[in-house]
Design a protein around this ligand. Structure first.
Ligand SMILES: [Zn+2]
Length: 634
């Protein structure tokens, strides 16, 4: 099953300015051209239902190859082809169910469809669990001979190569079946308990702001109100919200402890040296990429501290505090953008990626209805792009409100969509899906291009300051904050690997130490109250097994790539080498391992070179801001 690129982190990462802009539009009253057309997938719900039932009946077909994969090249091909074809169909069924549910999560029929296809997917997963161990049993030598005898097997080589590579960590068919059952029946328990508790049952506090407004301060409200302009209000929001989390640190510490223990189960059952190695092996990423990111960020904390100093100066406060990090540093320069303006801006911004890229995206916007723009009652919050319908086109879900950050989200999701489009077009189904390690490069590269397009077309100092300040906030949150998370995640796994239990208190102490180190509390850059030690309890990504670091590595890689492409453009030389290398990466799916894909696109993530380039860009942005502030005599 193919992955959806969900922007859970992005939503938690970027602050939302309070109050809806004037141009905010509801989905219900918007013309069809701003909405998905799910009849492109299935004519109606009845035909989806029929297709789902037909699929479920076919599951025994894939099971019938069990124990026979080594018989002949023809049979081996037939099994793999059936698997790929069924997986593709399942992805389409699954997509329709989740898309329609996401458009209206209050629709119980849609919820039932999503649950029903979830069960079918589980049955399919168990039915095909024999394939990996059996492919390994057939062995490399025989598989090579099969490929020679049956050329139609060639497209399956990256898929097979990845399985053969993991031989030392794959178990017997009987053990793999138990592992698949354990995963589908129990693996998600800590994460789902966490989600239900924090989303539905945690007694979030009610906060009364200085305006008299009363707000139930749940996680979503917090991401909005932590950015309030009034400092006393902000302090209140932080205090109430985090004290409430503090009350539940034991429960939330226990769920996190058990999530980490489940990772140690995988590590031990599959014979890995560490949980980190087990998690990164999925995409063949060396653990040094992870540890080096942490080392690079730690070595460059003075750049973060320079940003904190700048923020303090622009906010005009004597002492910057943790409560100040999300407030706007430049006030009142944002304007509203209609959805049409947003599409135009994004299309203009991606011009450096070439005509074909631009025209394909325009066709997606204007003819194929890739994007569902506007919020509605019951529509899933946040944003995502899904390339899971291989034969059709990508789908982008937005909750477009008309702010600059919404334009940026459109650029971001369209980066994912074009990646899916190009990989689905150029790769066979089995190698079209790309890993998260490269996914967020495609999205953040477009954000970078949009920023520079806006800067190139903005003379006004105040707007430039706002754009540049926004960009720095993004780097603070994507690069530094996510790496802090990554360092925390690594440490808690190491603790459990060494037999140390995790408790609310030990997690708090560890997290607070990292916060104070990153934000330079000792050197006086940012004051951090003890109560923020519990912030770990608010991050759902810690249930996703070494995931957050990919946000940080992606922004490092995309900064380098976007820089190279822009330089080619401005040099007016007839070279498009960097651009073509990047487009090739976008068209490669998973036909090559992600670290190699990035290397071919010009960034070697096993070295500190791309990180150094990102730090240079961050510093040059701060140089420009210093210059503007000097002109304004601030
Ligand atoms: Zn993304």
């Amino acid at each position: 099953m193919r992955r959806f690129i969900l922007e859970v982190a992005m939503m938690a990462m970027f602050s939302v300015t309070a109050g809806a802009p004037a141009l905010a539009q509801e989905r219900g009253s918007a013309p069809d051209k701003y909405k998905w057309d799910l009849t492109q997938l299935y004519k109606d719900q009845a035909s989806w239902e029929a297709a789902k039932d037909a699929f479920a009946k076919r599951i025994p077909e894939i099971a019938s190859y069990k124990g026979r994969l080594g018989e002949s090249a023809a049979l081996f091909y037939s099994a793999l082809d059936t698997f790929a074809e069924m997986d593709k169909e399942l992805s389409k069924l699954y997509s329709y169910a989740s898309f329609s549910y996401d458009l209206n999560t209050r629709d119980s029929a849609a919820q039932q469809r999503a649950q029903a296809i979830g069960q079918v997917a589980g049955d399919f997963g168990t039915a095909v669990s024999y394939m990996t161990p059996e492919i390994l049993a057939v062995g490399e030598e025989k598989i090579s001979a099969f490929v020679k005898a049956e050329p139609k097997l060639k497209p399956f080589m990256p898929f097979l190569g990845n399985i053969l590579r993991m031989k030392a960590h794959t178990l017997s068919p009987a053990e793999e079946r138990i592992a698949a059952l354990a995963q589908s029946k129990m693996g998600g328990a800590p994460g789902s308990i966490y989600n239900v508790f924090t989303n539905a049952e945690m007694p979030y506090p009610e906060v009364t702001l200085s305006t008299g407004e009363k707000i139930r301060m749940d996680a979503q409200a917090y991401t909005k109100y932590r950015a309030l302009g009034d400092r006393a209000d902000r302090d209140l929001v932080f205090k109430e919200f985090w004290d409430k989390y503090g009350e539940f640190k034991r429960t939330l510490g226990t769920t996190l402890y058990n999530a980490v223990k489940a990772h140690t189960f995988t590590k031990e059952a599959r014979h890995y040296d560490s949980c980190l190695q087990a998690a990164l092996d999925r995409d063949n990423i060396p653990t040094t990429v992870y540890t080096q990111l942490i080392a690079d960020v730690n070595a460059n904390l003075p750049t973060l501290h320079r940003y904190l100093k700048l923020r303090q100066r622009m906010m005009g406060v004597d002492q910057l505090r943790y409560e100040d990090l999300y407030a706007d540093i430049v006030k009142g320069v944002d304007r509203d953008y209609t959805a049409d303006e947003a599409m135009k801006l994004v299309l203009a911004a991606v011009a450096p990626l070439g005509k074909e890229y631009q025209e394909t995206l325009a066709n997606g916007f204007y003819n194929e209805r890739w994007v569902d723009f506007f919020p509605a009652q019951g529509k899933r919050s946040g944003a995502y792009s899904s390339g899971s319908v291989y034969d059709l086109h990508p789908y982008e879900l937005l909750n477009y409100m008309g702010r600059y950050e919404d334009v940026s989200t459109l650029a971001h999701e369209s980066g994912h969509s074009m990646h899916s489009y190009l990989s689905n077009t150029h790769q066979p189904y089995v190698s079209a899906d790309y890993s998260i390690f490269v996914a967020e490069v495609a999205s953040t590269c477009n954000e970078n291009l949009l920023l520079h397009y806006m800067l190139d077309n903005t003379k006004d100092d105040a707007t430039r300051l706002s754009l540049l300040g926004n960009y720095l906030d993004g780097l603070r949150q994507t690069l530094f904050r996510q790496t802090l998370f990554a360092e925390f995640e690594l440490k808690i796994h190491e603790m459990v690997e060494h037999g140390q239990p995790l408790t609310g208190d030990s997690l708090n102490a560890l997290y607070l130490g990292l916060l104070r180190k990153y934000y330079g509390e000792k050197e006086g850059f940012c004051k951090i109250d003890d109560r923020y030690g519990v912030e770990w309890a608010y991050i759902p990504h810690f249930y996703r097994n070494f995931y957050v670091f990919e946000y940080a590595t992606s922004i490092v890689a995309s900064t380098s790539i976007a820089n190279a492409i822009r330089q080619e453009e401005s040099a007016k030389k007839p070279s498009v080498k960097a651009r073509d290398a990047y487009l090739k990466m976008l068209s490669s799916g998973s036909s090559e391992y992600p670290v190699q894909l990035l290397k071919d696109a010009g960034v070697d993530m096993t070295t500190s070179v791309p990180f150094g380039a990102a730090m240079r860009e961050m510093n040059s942005v701060m140089d420009e801001m210093d210059a503007i502030l000097a002109r304004q005599k601030k």
